[in-house]
Structures are given as structure tokens and as C-alpha cells.
Write a protein that binds this ligand. Sequence first.
Ligand SMILES: C[S@@+](CC[C@H](N)C(=O)[O-])C[C@H]1O[C@@H](n2cnc3c(N)ncnc32)[C@H](O)[C@@H]1O
Ligand code: SF4
Length: 338
Amino acid sequence: MTKETLNNKIHYLNYCGLPWNILMIDSFGDFGPCCDKVLGNMSEYENISSIWNGEDLVSLRKGLVGGNVSKMCSDCVYLKQMIRKEYASPEEIKDIWGGLRPNPPDKICKRGPKVITVDFTSKCNLRCIMCKGDGLERINNREMDIETIEELSSLFFSGLESLIVGGGGELFCHSNYHFILDSIIKNRPKISSINTNGTVSLSFDEWGKCVEAFDVVMFSIDALNEKTYEKIRGKNHFSQIFRNIDILRKMKKRKGFRFGFNFVIMDTNVEEMYDFTVKAVEKWGASQINFMHVHGHNHYSVCKNGDLSNKYNEEMKKIHRYSKTKNEIIFTLPGFIQ
Ligand SMILES: C[S@@+](CC[C@H](N)C(=O)[O-])C[C@H]1O[C@@H](n2cnc3c(N)ncnc32)[C@H](O)[C@@H]1O
Ligand code: SF4
């Protein structure tokens, strides 16, 4: 093996672990290893193992390991950003991929995905400004049908390390969301979590089911104040969201249950990041905060001029410092912008 090939190999091995760890399934039954990337459809396969070890995913992994990267991966903004930086340090890798490290394809593929994310519906009552491109076209009236929900949960969820509901669409806009909650409760993965916009009014009993189905409930609000929220999410829903949170906080919960907030970083809200973090923890009672860059187009496009990246980095530094004083809180923080 030449030095160049070896470098390439290490290079790509370092940069993307998703096809070894994650399977994303949308309401069409389309699957892929990351957001907005479709490799195939569930209906073409017999079960999870045939998807996981099927040609589509295996050739994607081989491409990453061998340096012969597929078009899908070479178009990926994350991978492009990383390539410019040459080798990433272990800390950067941890920041970027949450510590997921790929192993040689043939060995690890046998154990199946660690994480499955499922969009049970593409329906949504909101039209947030960053949820666009492929995503928005897909916000239609598509719902996963009962048979597929049943098959998916009984075949895939039991024994799974982590299930994430809500990569796109809003679960509580699915006309059979009770059935989905029951299916998750029946086939409990080790850890399950949901992203929700929190704007659909749920009763005490419905939250009771959510608490049984999920270990983590993440509310996506992306803003410290109501004006910013409205700019991003179209209408001010703060009072409804906090009514839901109040109910949730009163529920009896299993040990380890967490709720928290998602925040997608954009020019609209970049200056609120730190104050949002403090308020979310100290006032709103969050035990987890996830910050995310915008994907689906160049995720740095929202902070590309020097001024904004300075603001972003300043906010991130403050959040990093604050997070060190709050060991009990989980923070998911993306890297600094260079
Ligand atoms: C697409 S939403 C689906 C679940 C639910 N409707 C919600 O808003 O939480 C899942 C998460 O992705 C975030 N999101 C939306 N558009 C995004 C984008 N272009 N880039 C990164 N995250 C995005 C949302 O803010 C939310 O936290
Ligand atoms: S609430 Fe969620 S799915 Fe709906 S438009 Fe906003 S980010 Fe997208």
C-alpha cells in the first residue's frame, strides 16, 4: 500500500463513522446513513440485517475506507469541511461525530446499527425557515402506515441501542401517533428519544405514554426569546410549548429520564446561544441541550462572514466554560468555526 493510499484510508476512516453506526428511515421507508441521503427503500429488503449488510451500505463503507468515496459522500458538506483540515484530532472527531469511530466494514456490519432514526411522518404543522430544500418538499401528508410501523418496531427496535424519533416531520401530526407510542413501549430499545416542536397540545395521559416510550424528550425551539422564535418557526408558540413542558415536568418518570432543547444555529439566533443555554438550564429545567449547524446546504453559510463566525465562536467559548460547571447536564456542542 502506498503512503498516499494509506493516508487516504486513515483520512476517511477518521472522518465519517455514520454508515457503520446509524440507519435513518423516513416515512417513505427510504433509508440512508445520514440526513437527506437516500440509499434505498425498506421494501426492497427482507429485514434489517439484509439492509445493513446489503450492497448499498456495504459499497458506501468500502468507498470510505478505500478512498474511493461515493458521489453521495463526496458531496457531503461535513466531509468537505474535514478534508480541508487534513487530519482531525481525536477531540475534533469526538465533537463532530459524537465519538463514533468506524471499524473495518466486514467485521462491524454484522452487529447491526447502533442507532436508528425514524420519521414516522413527513407531516408538520410548522414551516421553519431552516427546514427546507429536500426536507420541505417532503413536508406533505405522508404517514408511515400501520403495517410498516408494526413491522419496523417489532423487527428493529427490541435490543437496539438507540432509537431517535423525529429527524423530519412532527410525530404528533401523525394520525396514529398513539399506535406508534404503544409500538415503541412494546418493543423498547435500550434508549429512545424524540425531537418535537412541542406545539401540539397533549394531555396528561398522552405525556404519560411519552414518558414510557422515551428516555429523552427534546423540544426544538432555537431561540431565547419569542420574537426570534417567531422569525424562525413562523408563529409564537411559546405558551403552548411551555404548557406541555409544565405537564411533562409533573409526570412521574423513570430514573435517567431527561428533557431538553434543540437549537439550530443560524444568523438569526447566533447571539442568543449562551443566554439561551443558561435560561434553558436554570429556568426551564433542561437536563440536555443540543446545538446543531444547519444541514442540507452549506452549514457554514449561516455564519460565513468573519463577523458572524466571531460571534459564533465567542458564544461557543462561553457555553464551553458554562458546561464545565454543569456536570449533570448533557451538552451537544459542534466545533468552532475556523
Ligand atoms: C426536522 S425536526 C423534526 C422533529 C420536530 N418537528 C422538531 O422540530 O423537533 C428535527 C430537528 O432538526 C432540526 N432541523 C430542522 N432543519 C434543520 C436543518 N436544515 N439543519 C439542521 N437541523 C435542522 C430541527 O430544529 C429539529 O431540532
Ligand atoms: S417543526 Fe420540525 S419538521 Fe416541522 S418545519 Fe420545523 S423543524 Fe421542520
